[in-house]
Design a protein around this ligand. Structure first.
Ligand SMILES: [Cu+2]
Length: 137
């Protein structure tokens, strides 16, 4: 065979085997990377502490998330009882006692800036306890 001229069928067979040998790992690699990216997105976790306004307010008081990306918000209650509400998105964590954690999950569907409020009167400056959820494309 060597030294002879390869005919068309042999050449095609070699190209085909080569494509399978190189292509298969590439496809598997691409699939795995995509899967990992999807899992990472799903595991998107954001931590936020609930403090009275005089103790520092929501920390952080601005959260930037991507539209359509599932979010897991981990809320720490620090000084007194609070709750986290985002009325425009219909989100309400319910009461978060000091030293406790609440976890809420949601998918922001629309771009925009949404105010984060505390739903439980938590002191003289309760109504100043405002944060922002910024949903970007
Ligand atoms: Cu509060």
């Amino acid at each position: 065979m060597w030294g002879e001229k390869l005919d068309r069928t042999e050449l095609l067979a070699i190209i085909l085997v080569g494509a399978i040998l190189i292509g298969t790992p590439l496809v598997i690699y691409y699939y795995q990377v995509n899967r990992v990216i999807k899992i990472m997105n799903y595991e998107k976790e954001i931590e936020i502490a609930a403090n009275t306004f005089e103790n520092g307010n929501w920390f952080p008081d601005k959260i930037v998330v991507k539209k359509g990306e599932p979010i897991r918000l981990i809320i720490y209650g620090s000084d007194v009882a609070h709750s986290l509400t985002i009325p425009k998105l219909g989100i309400d964590s319910g009461i978060i006692k000091p030293g406790h954690i609440k976890v809420i999950e949601f998918i922001p569907e629309e771009e925009g800036i949404y105010e984060i409020y505390c739903g439980i009167p938590c002191g003289s400056f309760h109504s100043f306890m405002i944060g922002k959820l910024i949903v970007v494309r």
